[in-house]
Write a protein that binds this ligand. Structure first.
Ligand code: GDP
Length: 289
């Protein structure tokens, strides 16, 4: 698991690396976690890539709340962003991603054709914050047989193109950018899903935030997992923590409950979930674009 600590020097280096590679690609795949479609975005991406065509990829759809994933895709469509919902572990991902990239670049491809420019593979760079699944997606796109295209002028030293299929070539190193961690709530969301190091935010805070969220949005899952009664969902998260810690036989070892709860969430024991909700973002001025 990536555990990068971001300092201003790292940020400007990361940004520079992305900008250097940008000129060699036709399209950027902005990879985010479908459970955090806004919170797992890099706040500067829009500024960094400018008007380079972009496909937003909501990865880990197998872990996310299906209803909210559809809402998020509608939201991004209204924002003028093409988005695609995938599970990088699925074989079908390669076809889906290729078709979506072609769709985003359809006008350019048609223009090139009119001008008699020979069609070539679309060149792609994958960008995202740590842990959204960039390596998994790259491996999936590369496939077993994928041949490296070899050194070709116009790629930063040490980088290679990987040919995914006749239509797609990907830079073998993804662009890693920082999350929007100055926002406390975003930090809690990233920590609960395991996107940032566990010791960056106290476990009690992660648990209180998470339990409150699940009690409000997925109460049936909490009731089922911890063998509770519906009425228990009326308790405050703190009271429920105290109650469950005892009930589970942990005496007053709350840390044990925090560890169990956080692991349960990450392992999907509390079902599929999404922590960013469209209704919480609609009224806000869009800062992340
Ligand atoms: P990177 O830091 O962005 O390169 O992220 P990784 O590719 O290392 O993935 C981080 C974790 O997420 C790993 O444990 C992956 O197995 C997992 N992961 C990646 N994509 C998916 C997905 O679509 N579904 C699920 N369930 N897990 C995924």
């Amino acid at each position: 698991m990536a555990t990068i600590q971001w300092f201003p020097g790292h940020m400007s280096k990361a940004r520079r690396q992305v900008q250097e590679n940008l000129k060699y690609v036709d399209i950027v795949f902005e990879l985010v976690d479908a459970r955090l479609p806004i919170s797992s975005r890099n706040p500067m991406l829009g500024k960094i890539i400018g008007d380079k065509p972009r496909l937003m990829i909501l990865n880990k759809k197998d872990l996310a709340d299906e209803k909210l994933s559809i809402e998020w895709q509608n939201y991004f469509r209204q924002e003028g962003l093409n988005s695609l919902l995938i599970d990088s572990k699925e074989q079908a991902t390669v076809k889906k991603v290729t078709a979506a990239a072609k769709n985003v670049l359809a006008d350019k491809i048609a223009r090139d054709k009119e001008r008699g420019i020979q069609e070539r593979a679309i060149r792609v760079m994958v960008i995202g914050i740590p842990n959204v699944g960039k390596s998994t997606l790259l491996n999936r796109l590369a496939g077993k047989k994928a041949a490296q295209v070899g050194n070709r002028p116009g790629v930063t030293k040490g980088q290679q193109w990987i040919r995914s299929n006749k239509d797609l070539e990907i830079l073998d190193t993804p662009g890693i950018l920082w999350p929007k961690f100055e926002d406390q709530l975003v930090g809690l969301k990233l920590a609960l899903t395991g996107a940032i190091k566990d010791d960056l935010i106290p476990k009690d805070e992660i648990t209180i935030y998470g339990l409150e969220y699940f009690m409000t949005n997925y109460p049936n899952e909490v009731v089922k997992r911890y063998k509770l009664m519906d009425a228990d969902m009326e308790l405050s998260a703190v009271d429920l923590i105290i109650y469950l810690t005892k009930k589970l036989g942990f005496k007053d070892d709350y840390d044990r409950f925090y560890d169990l709860f956080i692991k349960d969430v990450r392992d999907g024991k509390l079902g599929k979930f999404t922590l960013d909700r469209v209704i919480d973002f609609e009224s806000e001025d869009e800062e992340v674009k």
